[in-house]
Write a protein that binds this ligand. Structure first.
Ligand SMILES: NC(=O)c1ccc[n+]([C@@H]2O[C@H](COP(=O)([O-])OP(=O)(O)OC[C@H]3O[C@@H](n4cnc5c(N)ncnc54)[C@H](OP(=O)(O)O)[C@@H]3O)[C@@H](O)[C@H]2O)c1
Length: 351
């Protein structure tokens, strides 16, 4: 089978990781990345001779060719313009700053290229608000998908895991949200918690993707950068009780959920980041969400648990699933997520 040709627009927190994710797929080709300014991420790539993961060359295209002299001055090779890249690919993964993807959409429409947007865009930017496990079928053959945000991606993974096994009627969540990504100086140096108006968008988003579940929740911003934590209280359908053991068994079997315990050293969000760094994962990324087995408790018939969301990398697998859906590479979520997982080596810790 000929490889699906993929481009990535924006080489920031998400775009750099999407490029890596695509470069690791054995049935996709990373044709190029689109940069804006000669950012540190692009300069680091150039210093490594434009070679990313898997020995793949990341060819650079520019949003604005008027800025090319700045790249020339730094000796960074430029392959062409944003539009030239769009003409060479089947799918563009748009990881430009939130709201910019909607403007880029005009280019994708004009050139008839498929595109997958990230969580910072409005839902109206795409035909389908997408998650690789919860609504893969709806993405099949579509031109435009929008991925869920980092928190929603991880939250839906966990709720969908229980929903498939037991049938979930209702969830209530609390999100303890990291305030910035590492290196986000523009967000300031903070030492305070900040409340959002309820319900949080993640609960509303979950209902958009999984309309059979009533969801609500509260979000509190915290001045940390290494991961969000979400607590979930889930109620099964028809008064069915989910036991702690049943829930843990279901979570353990899910490839994109890493179940851990506090006693083995996973004390909090930073433990996951440090562990990913010890694993030698590029940029200390982790594709799986973390789930503390010690946090799984019964409350009457309801089940409550806490998950860790590695915000910089969690949406990469579901975005790759999106490529599989729009290109109809696989016709079911099970086949598509399995292919993505194999190439990203997700689930290898379960061996
Ligand atoms: N960060 C997270 O934790 C996270 C998690 C999930 C989803 N998301 C979503 O992912 C998207 C990207 O966020 P991010 O955190 O990766 O942002 P980011 O780190 O600021 O990266 C955005 C990149 O896009 C480049 N860019 C600027 N204008 C562009 C244009 N017109 N076309 C293409 N690229 C352009 C920027 O270059 P310059 O810096 O040179 O201007 C930058 O490299 C947003 O929708 C966001 O909501 C973010």
């Amino acid at each position: 089978m000929e490889k699906i040709k993929v481009g990535v627009a924006g080489y920031g927190t998400i775009g750099s990781r999407l490029a890596d994710g695509v470069a690791l797929q054995d049935d996709m080709e990373l044709v190029g990345i689109v940069g804006h300014s000669p950012s540190l991420a692009i300069r680091a790539l150039a210093e490594n001779d434009m070679i990313g993961v898997n020995g793949v060359e990341y060819k650079l295209y520019l949003v604005d060719m008027d800025l090319k002299p700045r790249f020339d001055a730094l000796g960074i090779p430029v392959e062409g313009s944003f539009e030239e890249l769009c003409e060479k690919v089947d799918v563009m993964l748009d990881a430009s700053p939130g709201g910019t993807g909607a403007a880029n959409k005009a280019i994708y429409e004009r050139l008839g290229v498929k595109a997958i947007f990230q969580g910072g865009e409005k839902n109206s930017v795409a035909d389908v608000f997408f998650h690789g496990y919860a609504n893969y079928d709806l993405g099949l053959g579509k031109q435009f998908l929008k991925l869920t945000s980092c928190n929603t991606t991880g939250l839906i993974r966990a709720v969908d895991c229980l929903d498939r096994k037991f049938g979930i009627e209702k969830v209530a969540i609390t999100i303890i949200r990291r305030v910035a990504d590492p290196g986000d100086y523009h967000r300031g140096l903070t030492n305070a918690l900040q409340m959002e108006k309820a319900p949080s968008h993640q609960a509303v988003d979950l209902m958009t993707i999984m309309p059979h579940i009533a969801a609500t929740g509260i979000l509190v911003h915290t001045p940390v950068t290494h991961g969000h934590i979400i607590t979930v209280l889930a109620t099964a359908k028809d008064g069915r009780k989910i036991t702690r053991e049943e829930a843990i068994e279901a979570f353990r079997a899910h490839p994109r959920i890493r179940t851990v315990t506090i006693d083995e050293g996973f004390k909090g969000n930073a433990s996951f980041f440090k562990y990913a760094r010890d694993l030698g994962n590029r940029r200390a990324d982790m594709y799986e969400i973390g789930l503390w087995e010690d946090s799984v408790v019964e409350s009457g018939n309801d089940i409550m648990f806490a998950i860790n969301i590695p915000q910089e990398s969690v949406t990469i697998p579901e975005t790759i699933d999106g490529v599989r859906a729009v290109m109809q590479m696989q016709t079911t979520s099970a086949e598509a997520t399995a292919a993505t997982n194999k190439n990203l080596k997700i689930g290898r810790f379960k061996k």
